[in-house]
Ligand binder design. Structure first.
Ligand SMILES: CC(C)(COP(=O)(O)OP(=O)(O)OC[C@H]1O[C@@H](n2cnc3c(N)ncnc32)[C@H](O)[C@@H]1OP(=O)(O)O)[C@@H](O)C(=O)NCCC(=O)NCCS
Length: 164
């Protein structure tokens, strides 16, 4: 793998699509599962752009749906790598609705996903570093490190519980 460090801006990804009736529940709002699918895709694209490797989704943190997005409106997903660990990395995906007729935009969800880089045999791959330069980028990465520690602690506790 090319281990040249990259900026978050190099892999930042924006996806836009119109909500069609096939994506919606009987109220005419996009299905939560469809939003989750799009979050996974947008996050994966940003991470693929950073690693240029095969990836699997290792974890998706808590997810909330703050506002419905209705048929005919746009769903916009912005994905940005927050921090690179050793063989995994975290990406933030923010979801917005945009009313097609007025342009009114609202954030409807924010999610943090972790992807692990693997080779074709399932082995782990080291990931190129993320260039963390500005104070804001340092803060974002420190927060990601804290989330990672909490995530792995939770996973270890769940594993111990399953064994007992
Ligand atoms: C994710 C997966 C690769 C982790 O494998 P593992 O043997 O449990 O753990 P490893 O020690 O090899 O960890 C690999 C990396 O994943 C991270 N990781 C493992 N479990 C994790 C979790 N629950 N949350 C966040 N990161 C996790 C590890 O910290 C490590 O990253 P690091 O090297 O940067 O520290 C493995 O559980 C898996 O393949 N899961 C299925 C993935 C999948 O099918 N996703 C949906 C379709 S893509």
């Amino acid at each position: 793998m090319d281990m040249t460090p990259k900026r978050a801006a190099d892999s930042a990804t924006e996806m836009v699509q119109v909500v069609l009736p096939n994506d919606a529940n009987p109220l005419g709002y996009i299905l939560g599962g469809t939003v989750m699918h799009l979050i996974d895709i947008a996050g994966a694209i940003a991470c693929h752009r950073h690693t240029r490797s095969l990836l699997v989704t290792a974890a998706v943190d808590d997810l909330q749906f703050l506002h419905p997005i209705k048929v005919g409106d746009l769903i916009i997903l912005k994905a940005c790598v927050t921090c690179v660990f050793t063989t995994s990395l975290e990406v933030q995906v923010d979801v917005f609705s945009e009313e097609t007729l007025t342009g009114k935009r609202q954030r409807t969800s924010s999610a943090f996903l972790t992807f692990a880089a693997i080779d074709r045999g399932g082995g782990r791959l080291h990931i190129p570093p993320l260039l963390v330069e500005t104070e804001d980028e340092k803060k974002v990465c420190a927060e990601a490190q804290a989330r990672r520690a909490a995530r792995l602690q939770k996973e270890a506790a769940l594993t111990a519980m399953r064994r007992s």
